[in-house]
Write a protein of this length. Sequence first.
Length: 435
Amino acid sequence: MNSKKNYNIAIVGLGNIGSEVYKHLVKNKRTIEINTNSSFQIKYISAKRINKKRGFTIPKKMWVKNPLSLVKKDDVDIIIELIGGSDGVAKELVFAALKNNKHVVTANKALIFKHGNELVKIAENNSVNLLFEASVGGGIPIIKSIKESLVGNKLFHIYGILNGTTNFILTEIEKTKKSFKENLLNAQKLGYAETNPKLDLNGDDVKSKISILSALCFKTKIINKKFLTEGIEQIDLEDVEYAQKFNYKIKLLGISEITDNKIKQRVHACLIPKDSDLAKINGANNAIMVEGNPIGKIVYQGLGAGKGPTTSSIVSDLNSILKGNITLPFGFNFADAKEFKMFDFNNHICKFYLRIVVKDKSGVLSKITSVLSKYKISIQSILQQPLQNNKYANLVIITHNSKEKDMQSALMKISKEKFISKKITMIRIRNEKKL
Ligand code: HSE
């Protein structure tokens, strides 16, 4: 217990997060060393722009121009990768680091999503750590929790709000009644949105996160092939307000569950009852629900992005390594990964919300309802509201439970009608219950 091990750390990427991690490690060095019974040095730093103003100085001798050179250095034990992106330098660095027996801590969900299945094998073979707590849910300790604290459970359902930017935007639209665009700009200013906000808005960010969580929960490989992924780009202030009228809130959810021995994994916006727990998660917060046996249902909640929460997760991973732990990256031996078939989402059944902008003239409503009935889709509620010039109207429909496949066929048919003036907004309704 008394032989303290010394670790040399390299940080690659010194943007918002990298700078915060560096400052945190410098400030809390002694505490971390006491907690982990180790000693450590930040030996090297590599960043694209060395001369960028950061408000703190870094000793010249620490700078390394080519981050890939770090993997060959004997005085590097741990590489903290904070470059981001599924490919390019981040990918090359992490592959090479693990191959050269360096421990890796990363916040890079895109990389783990795309290459995690290969990376985990290298880490396991070389008995080094590949830790990625910061890749999902910001500061929420969800990954370690699934891998370690929930190990006594058979988990069958994980879902929740996994993107702070879109949750912030949806919350602010409701609060400010301002446009989607204005609220996106604000989210970017606050540092929540990705450099390319498209990845937040089109659901791709959640796709990576739910795939990682799903693999850990169900002890499978990461499913990185195509599955239903939609964002919030089609949602307008009007939808948020109509949802309210029907006692719902709109949330972008990542969902994965085991049903009939198949994995049903998807990302899409949902209308959820406004008194449900998830409906109360506002702003840039994330919330993740996990269900299993014997634990039942538990919820994790916290800021899903930003330098503080992300630093907390990175430092947690680092602590684990400094304590001398070598853990399986996915929490199970990857050679034992279970195989599940994918559920055919065409067979998914739920209620649907539709907002159809139509020309306001006779016969339109009957045409729409007849197409719906042809596909066995029964209407629960219907609301028509004229738009400014009275030539057009918003037709809002809530259906009874219907099959995804039937809804898609009906929408295809209705979309072809001349009286349709805009792309139809369809949002699935989830019967989310209170805890
Ligand atoms: N852009 C992400 C979000 C944060 O808005 O949640 C990093 O995962």
